[in-house]
Design a protein around this ligand. Structure first.
Ligand SMILES: Cc1ncc(COP(=O)(O)O)c(C=O)c1O
Length: 439
């Protein structure tokens, strides 16, 4: 829904659509913060019987005011006119809950536009399909979330798409070398990043990637830069500021935040979002109204939840780092002063997040003993929920990764991945303390 201050009386015929009352983004020059805007932005109660909260619009289709309005909406949906439909058409294309959610998602990163999806992976797949053609080359940072690697390497590979990667922490020179190779290999249609990388937590220098892309593709046909910001976004890292064109999310994680839904998001400039929207309209990867509604509720507490989880992680990691049974803690708050990773962190991030790697002294036996003795933290994959989760990547999420690749990525048998939630930090420390004693 747009912010345009149109009343129904001012709209006629094909333009007829009841728009939400104009809601300010600032008060007399004072810019309102995303945390405040999450309570009402994009929703006008007067369009829904005065309901304070948006109803869930469980409908598969929407009635047009007249035939001309229907035609105009379809011109938007089919891309004859950019910007999507001006009205509500059919629930595979848009819906009130999804549009309010998208308006609010865009707010966090000051993005021009946003889209919501049925999962993080469907967001990523829709972006890839929107930009990549057979024979194209994708440049990407490595490692990527395993399903993203499969999608690029195996599934798009079946359609003649090739890829070339650089390690997440690569320098400008290393990135340039890969860009040069990729350009020689074919049409580069997308630069795809993930930072911090799952599971290594390595940060990508997005500024350097942007500078390299701009240097190698100074004119038209410039490949957009997409980045998966699931681990730190939108609170602790906002890569549009470093030059990314599309920021992707598994909203299943911190944005959803309660481990009770699966969804994805993409934010960026209007032209790139329009291109992705056209693909989403075709393949139907939009989120459903109920999940969109749950996400609206989640976004109201996003800053509270992420802040608390981040503060907890600082305390828990400080405890774990000094523990006799711990080899090391891979946490963004502990980067070595003066290192390249610390430099990227200083330029790109405003917080270290709450997901980290714990390497215990020993191997699988010790990691399993620790996991099996946790009383508060839950033994489960995923991250970013209100509850603390712990898992063993080598035996679980990354079980199918070949041994040498696991070793190269630091996915060893003694590794435990932890996502800290919003419980009381002292209780979590007590839990980790007793579980370590049992190792
Ligand atoms: C970094 C990252 N990107 C994408 C995904 C996929 O998200 P979803 O499970 O919502 O499809 C995940 C899931 O764990 C992830 O960790």
């Amino acid at each position: 829904m747009t912010d345009k201050d149109n009343t129904e009386a001012e709209l006629t015929g094909a333009e007829m659509r009841r728009r939400p009352r104009h809601q300010p983004l600032d008060l007399g020059g004072h810019k309102l913060s995303p945390a405040t805007l999450m309570m009402g932005h994009g929703f006008d109660p007067m369009l829904s019987e005065g309901s304070l909260k948006p109803p869930i619009f469980l409908t598969s289709t929407f009635v047009f005011e007249n035939a001309a309005a229907g035609k105009r909406h379809f011109e938007g949906v089919t891309g004859k006119r950019p910007g999507g439909a001006e009205g509500l058409v059919y629930s595979r294309f848009n819906g009130p809950n999804q549009e309010i959610l998208e308006d609010r998602l865009a707010i966090w990163e000051g993005a021009e536009d946003a889209l919501s999806f049925s999962s993080g992976m469907s967001a990523i797949a829709t972006v890839l399909l929107a930009f990549v053609k057979p024979g194209d080359v994708i440049v990407h940072s490595a490692p990527l979330y395993a399903a993203t690697e499969t999608l690029i390497g195996k599934i798009l590979g079946r359609f003649g798409v090739t890829w070339i990667d650089f390690p997440a922490g690569a320098t400008r020179d290393e990135i340039d070398a890969v860009m040069e190779c990729a350009k020689a290999q074919g049409r580069v249609s997308l630069v795809y990043l993930e930072s911090p990388a799952n599971p290594t937590n390595q940060l990508v220098d997005v500024e350097a990637v942007t500078a390299s892309r701009d240097a190698f593709f100074p004119d038209e046909d410039r490949p957009p830069i997409a980045i998966d910001n699931t681990f730190l976004g939108p609170l602790w890292q906002q890569p549009l500021r470093q030059g990314a064109d599309i920021v992707l999310y598994s909203l299943t994680k911190y944005a959803g935040g309660h481990s009770d839904l699966v969804a994805g998001g993409a934010v960026g400039t209007k032209p790139v979002i329009n291109q992705i929207r056209a693909m989403r309209n075709t393949i139907g990867t939009i989120t459903d109204p109920n999940t969109a509604w749950m996400l609206l509720r989640s976004l109201e507490t996003l800053e509270l939840r992420m802040s608390r989880a981040g503060e907890n992680a600082v305390k828990v990691c400080a405890f774990l780092r000094d523990h006799a049974k711990v080899e090391t803690v891979g946490y963004l708050g502990f980067l070595e002063e003066g290192s390249r990773q610390a430099d990227i962190y200083r330029r790109h991030c405003t917080g270290a997040g709450s997901t980290f790697s714990l390497y215990l002294k020993g191997g699988e036996r010790e990691a399993f003993a620790f996991l099996d003795n946790l009383k508060i933290a839950k033994l489960a994959v995923s991250l970013g929920g209100t509850e603390t989760l712990a898992s063993a990547p080598a035996a679980m999420t990354h079980l199918s990764v070949p041994d040498e690749r696991k070793a190269a990525l630091g996915i060893t048998d003694n590794l435990v991945r932890i996502s800290i939630g919003v419980e009381a930090a002292d209780d979590l420390i007590a839990d980790f303390d007793q579980a370590l004693k049992a190792v």
